[in-house]
Design a binder for this molecule. Structure first.
Ligand SMILES: *[C@@H]1O[C@H](CO)[C@@H](O)[C@H](O)[C@H]1NC(C)=O
Ligand SMILES: *[C@@H]1O[C@H](CO)[C@@H](O)[C@H](O)[C@H]1NC(C)=O
Length: 204
């Protein structure tokens, strides 16, 4: 089990890549996968943060998305299946990231060793009403590829990621889905969570 290491990577991503600049509030998700050579299946955790507060998590041991702060339970009143579909989404991304991690090992000609694959995405709301959305991937601790929702294309951060860029740019349906998610659904949830967590956030 590399769970301790996974949490360390989440904390690092949080401090480095995912910091929401000058935003007023943010909703951010960090998916982290580690595959060691002696492991049949990689370890995976998915966490969701409202600002700097851990709201919910999923991991490959229990395979169930669960709330981490009491106020997120309020969403169940509006949507009793909230944790079910969050579980489904985490299982889907766990599968998708695992599939792609195999591909990455071949892109890089990596066979042995420990490999880390990270996916970060989320949205931000500013006091003036402006919004931002981001989606990016990191491989072995380096930026790998970033999504530009304005041009609906991916930007390779390293040379090997150009292979991925060509593949992912070609999937225009996915690009449209990600843009719609970042600009619509993500902001919608951020606003809802702010409402649910108002008292808890005001106290901080
Ligand atoms: C995995 O998730 C369960 C709850 O679903 C939690 O009790 C456990 O601590 C988690 N493990 C890690 C290492 O985060
Ligand atoms: C992997 O190996 C192939 C064939 O030997 C080579 O063309 C390619 O540049 C290598 N990729 C990396 C990232 O080193």
């Amino acid at each position: 089990m590399k769970m301790g290491l996974l949490w360390g990577l989440v904390a690092a991503a949080f401090l480095l890549g995912g910091s929401p600049g000058s935003s007023w509030h943010s909703l951010r998700y960090f998916y982290t996968m580690i595959w060691a050579p002696d492991q049949g299946e990689p370890d995976f955790i998915a966490v969701g943060y409202l600002d700097d507060q851990l709201g919910g998590q999923y991991n490959s041991t229990t395979r169930r998305a669960v709330p981490r702060v009491p106020w997120v339970r309020k969403v169940e009143k509006d949507d009793p299946h909230f944790w079910d579909w969050n579980t489904d989404r985490a299982i889907y991304f766990e599968w998708r990231m695992k599939t792609y991690l195999r591909k990455l090992r071949s892109i890089y000609n990596h066979s042995r060793g420990l490999h880390i694959w990270q996916h970060m995405f989320g949205c931000e709301l500013n006091k003036d009403g402006s919004k931002k959305g981001f989606m990016q991937y990191g491989y072995n601790g380096e930026d790998y590829i970033n999504f530009d929702k304005e041009t609906l294309t991916w930007t390779a951060a390293v040379v090997p990621a150009q292979v991925t860029k060509r593949q992912w740019d070609a999937d225009l349906a996915d690009c449209h889905r990600f843009k719609a998610y970042l600009e619509g659904e993500c902001i919608g949830w951020l606003q809802k969570f702010l409402e649910y967590g108002k008292e808890s956030l005001l106290r901080r």
